[in-house]
Design a protein around this ligand. Structure first.
Ligand SMILES: NC(=O)c1ccc[n+]([C@@H]2O[C@H](COP(=O)([O-])OP(=O)(O)OC[C@H]3O[C@@H](n4cnc5c(N)ncnc54)[C@H](OP(=O)(O)O)[C@@H]3O)[C@@H](O)[C@H]2O)c1
Length: 126
């Protein structure tokens, strides 16, 4: 993995979780000075109990998950073929065609996946 020219000091809130721990490892491998933060490490970023309301945001694209993964891989130069498994489960649940779509009150942000891939220089790393 190519290391960054300028190392930064980065705190990953949720850095002990499933996603955050991977981010910590990856950022460290890039040469950054990374620290994980979570309640189990003595850092609580919540200002109070849950407000009971969720802010739902989404992008303008709608596509099957396998297509999304495929596009991100291709943007990285990875030509592996992604096939959706009709019996595959997502956190134990079976996905219907519109299971993960934003609800009616969601804020739809304008940036498309293609624009995001271009802006990130498709340099998303392995
Ligand atoms: N996993 C996925 O495939 C997936 C997909 C889409 C979206 N997401 C979203 O991505 C986020 C992370 O997912 P995950 O699967 O990595 O979750 P996770 O494994 O449960 O990790 C959550 C992390 O956040 C920390 N945390 C929770 N409350 C905190 C607080 N008040 N202050 C500081 N740290 C706190 C947890 O540690 P402590 O409990 O020790 O505080 C843990 O490190 C979630 O919002 C999830 O909904 C996940």
């Amino acid at each position: 993995m190519k290391r960054c020219a300028t190392a930064e000091r980065i705190v990953v809130v949720g850095g002990t979780g499933q996603i955050g721990s991977k981010a910590v490892r990856r950022l460290a491998a890039l040469g950054h000075d990374v620290r994980a933060a979570s309640r189990s490490l003595g850092v609580d970023v919540a200002l109070g109990p849950p407000s009971g309301s969720d802010a739902e945001i989404a992008g303008p694209d709608q596509m099957p998950l396998a297509d999304l993964v495929s596009r991100v891989l291709r943007a990285r130069g990875d030509r592996r073929v992604v096939r959706a498994s009709p019996d595959g489960r997502y956190f134990g649940g079976r996905l219907a065609r519109d299971t993960l779509l934003p609800g009616s009150g969601a804020r739809i942000l304008p940036r498309t996946l293609g624009e995001w891939l271009s802006a990130s220089g498709a340099n998303l790393g392995p």
